[in-house]
Design a protein around this ligand. Structure first.
Ligand code: NAD
Length: 353
C-alpha cells in the first residue's frame, strides 16, 4: 500500500528558446533594481550580452565562479555584491555559478535569479556545497533556492558536446536516485522517469549535432525535471560515492557521476526492482545498469575512474569513507561490496546484466 510524505519547493520557471528576453521582467517582478551578474571565467561575451540587456538594473559582473564554491571565492563575490550595492544576483551558468549565487544568498538574503546553461539541476534545489581547505561540505537551506529560473535552450548551444554529455548523465543520476530514494513519492517518481526519458533521447542527438535546438530544449526540460525530482528526497549510495571521490580526490564532478552511475545502479539493482523497471523503460533498454553504461558509451564519455585521475591505491580508502557514514540506500551499504563496485568503476567494465 502507498505511504509517503510529499514536499514541493516554491519555484517559478520560465522556459523556452529566446526566453532570456524575460530577464528584466523577472527582476521587475522581484522589485530588484541592481543586479550582480555571476558567471565562470571565460563565459564573457555571452554573459556581457545578457548583462547588457539589463540597462540601469545592472550593478556589476563577477566572473570568478569555480567548481564546488571555495569559501574564498564566496567571500570575494559577497564583497563585490556589497560594494556595488546589489539587491539581487543573476547566476548565468552551470552548477558552479548557481552555487556561488546560493552562497551569496545564504549570508545576505539577496534573491537569486538562475539562468542555467548546463544540466546540473542545482537551480531547483536548496542544497549548497562549499569547500574549505579542500573539504567539501553540503548543507540545505530554503533561503538559497533561486526565486526564479529562466531556462533558455539557445544559451546552451555553445556547451561543448563532451560537457553536455557528462552534465546530462549527472542529471540522469539525480533521476536514478530519486526513483529509489527511501523517502520517495509518486510525484517525484513520475518527474524522474520523464526527466530521464527526455535526457536519454536528447543527449545522443546533441553529441551528434550540438547546434540541434530541439534536442537542446528537450535536454534542458529533462534537466529541470531531474532537479525537481531529487530536490526534496534523500540521496543514496551513488551521490555519496561521487561526493567522496570529488571531495577527496578532486575528480571532475559531472564525469565522476557518469562513470559511477551504472555501477551504483548495478549495486542496487536487485533491491529496487520498480526503480530499475522505470529506468530500463526510460532508456528503452532491457537492463537498467547495462542500459546506462551503453548510453554513456554511445555518448563517447570516459567510462573508467582511472581515466579521470583516480589512483587505484585510493579505492579502499574511498570504500571506507563511503561506508563509514552511508546515506540511506535500497541495498545495505557494505565495505566489501562497495569496494567491488568501485573496482568495476575504476576499470570501466560493463555491469553484468
Ligand atoms: P560547471 O558549472 O562548473 O560548468 C562546467 C564548464 O562548462 C565550465 O567551464 C563553464 O564555464 C562551462 N559552461 C557552462 N555553460 C556553458 C555554455 N552554455 N557554453 C559553454 N560553456 C559553458 O559544471 P556543472 O557540472 O554544471 O556544475 C558542477 C557544480 O555544481 C559542482 O560544484 C557540483 O557540486 C554542483 N552541483 C550542485 C547541485 C545542487 O543541487 N546543489 C546539483 C548538481 C551540481
Amino acid at each position: 500500500m502507498r505511504r509517503f510524505t510529499y514536499v514541493a519547493l516554491p519555484s517559478r520557471v520560465v522556459f523556452g528558446a529566446g526566453m532570456i528576453a524575460q530577464l528584466p521582467a523577472e527582476l521587475e517582478a522581484l522589485g530588484a533594481k541592481r543586479a550582480l551578474v555571476l558567471s565562470t571565467p571565460g563565459r564573457g561575451s555571452s554573459v556581457r550580452r545578457i548583462a547588457g540587456s539589463l540597462g540601469e538594473r545592472l550593478a556589476g559582473i563577477y566572473d570568478g565562479a569555480v567548481m564546488h564554491v571555495p569559501v574564498e571565492v564566496a567571500e570575494e563575490a559577497r564583497r563585490t555584491a556589497r560594494e556595488v550595492g546589489a539587491d539581487c544576483c543573476v547566476a548565468v551558468g552551470g552548477g558552479s555559478t548557481i552555487g556561488l549565487g546560493k552562497a551569496i544568498a545564504l549570508t545576505s538574503g539577496l534573491p537569486v535569479v538562475a539562468v542555467p546553461t548546463t544540466y546540473s539541476g542545482s537551480e531547483m534545489t536548496t542544497i549548497l556545497g562549499m569547500t574549505e581547505a579542500g573539504i567539501k561540505k553540503t548543507q540545505r537551506d530554503p533561503g538559497v533556492l533561486p526565486k526564479a529560473v529562466i531556462y533558455d535552450p539557445e544559451l546552451t548551444i555553445g556547451l561543448p558536446a563532451a560537457i553536455s554529455a557528462a552534465s546530462g548523465m549527472n542529471a540522469i543520476a539525480h533521476c536514478v536516485e530519486a526513483l529509489y530514494a527511501h523517502d520517495g513519492n509518486p510525484i517525484n517518481t513520475i518527474l524522474a522517469e520523464e526527466g530521464m526519458r527526455a535526457l536519454a533521447s536528447a543527449l545522443p542527438q546533441i553529441v551528434a549535432d550540438p547546434g540541434n535546438l530541439e534536442a537542446r530544449s528537450e535536454a534542458l526540460y529533462g534537466a529541470w525535471l531531474a532537479g525537481v525530482s531529487f530536490a526534496t528526497v534523500g540521496m543514496a549510495l551513488h551521490h555519496k560515492l561521487c561526493h567522496v571521490l570529488g571531495g577527496t580526490w578532486n575528480l571532475p564532478h559531472a564525469e565522476t557521476h557518469s562513470v559511477v552511475l551504472p555501477h551504483a545502479a548495478r549495486y542496487n539493482r536487485d533491491a529496487a526492482p520498480d526503480a530499475m523497471a522505470r529506468i530500463a523503460r526510460a532508456l528503452n533498454a532491457p537492463d537498467a545498469p547495462a542500459g546506462l553504461w551503453d548510453l554513456e558509451q554511445r555518448l563517447g564519455l570516459k567510462m573508467a575512474l582511472r581515466d579521470l585521475g583516480m589512483p587505484e591505491s585510493g579505492l579502499e580508502r574511498a570504500a571506507k569513507i563511503a561506508t563509514s557514514s552511508p546515506y540511506p540506500n535500497p541495498r545495505a551499504v557494505e565495505y566489501a561490496a562497495v569496494l567491488e563496485l568501485l573496482r568495476g568503476a575504476f576499470s570501466g567494465q560493463r555491469p553484468r546484466a
